[in-house]
Design a protein around this ligand. Structure first.
Ligand code: C5P
Length: 230
């Protein structure tokens, strides 16, 4: 297939506090990974699920339940390592989408928007949303109450990055090679492309593509997934 869709699901989920890797936490009767994969049914792409080492068999069963034909590979210690593992399994795909399993409710329309921007010739595409909170920098201290408050950053000039992000496959591979070990600190693939001096195109994100990170996020996702009651 011309497109590979890498779903990174190898995070530990410490902040979610469920005691299992995040993608394997259950919300409304199915794991986060299953919800994420269900949202991708019908996308014209070879799906590569990147999961914690040892969880491959579980992930294969989950993919089958979700109704997607996914290749499953083991991830690494950082998100970037996991993306690199996914890239290694992406075969000869001409373009690559990288998606956080934790953004399990990302709507199909968002995926199509990213693909359309690639079709229109972009080499790198990232969905973005305005920042709603007022953001202030701090002087790093381990304990929030001891942090020295810095300046407020003008939020009108800020955007939150989402996934799926879309790339020309050769460009993303080049970005990962160029970043080398430095990729470990990266939480955003488009940033690695930008570091090459290549253009990154923004498309409108979607609030439903929020990243399930904390217990409160899980609660929000469950409320959205719950069948509507009469
Ligand atoms: O930790 P964070 O929420 O930023 O992770 C974003 C996505 O990256 C999640 O879907 C998570 O499973 C994935 N991840 C990964 N491998 C890691 C760390 C995070 O696949 N080592």
């Amino acid at each position: 297939t011309a497109t590979a869709l890498i779903v990174v699901a190898a995070g530990s989920g410490t902040r979610l506090g469920r005691g299992v890797p995040k993608a394997f936490a259950t919300l409304a009767g199915a794991t986060i990974l299953e919800h994420a994969l269900r949202g991708l049914v019908g996308v014209d792409a070879r799906i590569v699920a990147v999961v914690p080492a040892g969880a491959e068999a579980d992930a294969r069963a989950i993919a089958e339940r979700a109704g997607v034909d996914a290749a499953v590979v083991a991830g690494g210690a950082t998100r970037a390592d996991s993306v690199a593992a996914g890239l290694a399994a992406a075969g000869d795909a001409r373009r690559v989408l990288v998606h956080d399993a934790a953004r399990a409710l990302a709507p199909r329309a968002l995926v199509e928007r990213v693909l359309a921007a690639l079709d229109a010739g972009a080499g790198a595409v990232v969905p973005v949303l305005p920042v709603v909170d007022t953001i202030r920098s701090v002087d790093g201290a381990a304990d929030a109450s001891a942090e020295a408050l810095g300046a407020i950053v003008d939020r009108s000039g800020l955007r939150a990055m989402q996934t799926p992000q879309g790339f020309d496959a050769a460009l993303l591979r080049r970005a990962y090679e160029a970043a080398g070990e430095g990729r470990a600190a990266s939480t955003d693939d488009a940033q690695l492309v930008q570091a090459l001096g290549e253009a990154v195109v923004a498309v409108p994100g979607d609030e439903l593509a929020f990243k399930i990170t904390t217990a409160a996020d899980a609660g929000r996702a469950e409320a959205l997934l719950a069948p509507t009651r009469a």
